[in-house]
Design a protein around this ligand. Structure first.
Ligand code: PMV
Length: 331
């Protein structure tokens, strides 16, 4: 029988950036070129369990939603676990199993919940007792955006210059926010965010302009949050995302996540806004849009979106909690 050295289980929610992260200053450490701001959502979660096993148990094994994984997915998880093993001074192979309520790889930030949950579960299993900030730095190494999912609600990832200074922290706010996910397509994306960022940085003449503007956008967004002013937050959120996609579209060859239905959804948001409701759209590395609104208006905005986009899956998400450690067992 295979002995269990340690095990842990954790759950984290996906976050959606309001002011985006797009581009690495350091590819290996995942230090971003810009600071970013996000909202962690309820109901878009990953629950992961990690068991470290006896050395003779063979290589790491990974299952996502009960499907055994090899290749790239396993390699990425193994390299991440190596960071945990190094910190803990252990050598044990791992058995990792994770369950998602987020469609995988569809630009719905599944990697943010995945690597936040994996960081939490792996640390418990390895007997590492890390602070939230240290967990944020660790999760960042798996997927940049995951550093923000350690925290619930609004989170600010300060870019920093090195491993120690690049982490997320919670942003205090009384704002009544909601994000409506408009699922234009649940298909896996054609180009990974890693590859797409690389191409944007190295070939897009518009990239540096977006980076420069992003700093001002972030300050404006934080000021709007401090003032509890959604009418000031919404426009800068939408503009920041469109600027990021403009930089991608100008890359050579172009990086485009847009589908015809993405444009239709953007247009619906504009109409709804013209009718006097609070609604601003944002878009990540996929064709699905997320609509920022107030919690109070969310049901009406969702209803208006459904009326204008028949047949499209539209779900309201309120702010959700950060990393939750579910179970530990020293073994
Ligand atoms: O964490 P990554 O490498 O999947 O990058 C995520 C990038 C965006 O989702 C497009 C923007 C963001 O800040 O989350």
């Amino acid at each position: 029988a295979v002995g269990i050295v340690g095990q842990g289980q954790a759950q984290a929610n996906a976050n959606i950036a309001l002011i985006k992260y797009w581009g690495k200053a350091d590819e290996d450490l995942i230090i971003p070129t810009t600071s970013s701001l996000s909202l962690t959502l309820d109901g878009l979660s990953t629950r992961t369990s990690v068991q470290f096993l006896d050395l003779n148990a063979g290589p790491d094994r990974l299952a996502i939603d009960d499907q055994p994984q090899g290749g790239k997915a396993l390699g990425r998880v193994s390299r991440f676990l190596d960071l945990v093993r190094r910190q803990a001074g252990i050598d044990a192979p791992a058995l990792v199993s994770s369950y998602n309520t987020v469609p995988y790889g569809a630009g719905l930030a599944s990697s943010s919940s995945a690597f936040a949950a994996l960081a939490g579960a792996a640390c418990v299993a390895a007997g590492l007792d890390l602070s939230p900030r240290e967990l944020s730095r660790l999760a960042r190494r798996g997927s940049g955006s995951a550093c923000r999912s350690i925290f619930g609600g609004l989170a600010l990832w300060q870019a920093g210059q090195d491993d120690a200074s690049s982490y997320a922290q919670p942003v205090d706010s009384q704002m009544d926010l909601a994000l409506i996910v408009v699922l234009v397509s649940g298909q896996e994306k054609r180009i990974s965010s890693r590859e797409a960022m690389r191409r944007t940085i190295s070939t897009s003449p518009l990239y540096q302009a977006w980076v420069d503007q992003s700093q001002a956008d972030l300050e404006q967004a934080l000021a709007a949050i401090r003032a509890n002013d959604l009418q000031a937050l919404g426009p800068v959120v939408e503009a920041n995302a469109l600027g990021m996609h403009a930089a991608m579209l100008a890359a050579r060859p172009a990086v485009s996540y847009w589908l015809p239905d993405t444009l239709l959804a953007f247009d619906a948001v504009r109409q709804i806004r013209a009718d006097g409701l609070s609604a601003w759209a944002t878009l990540d590395a996929g064709p699905n849009i997320k609509v920022l609104t107030s919690g109070q208006e969310a049901a009406r905005v969702a209803e208006e979106l459904r009326r204008r986009l028949p047949g499209v899956n539209i779900q309201v998400h309120k702010p959700g909690p950060g990393l939750q450690i579910i179970g530990s067992d020293g073994g």
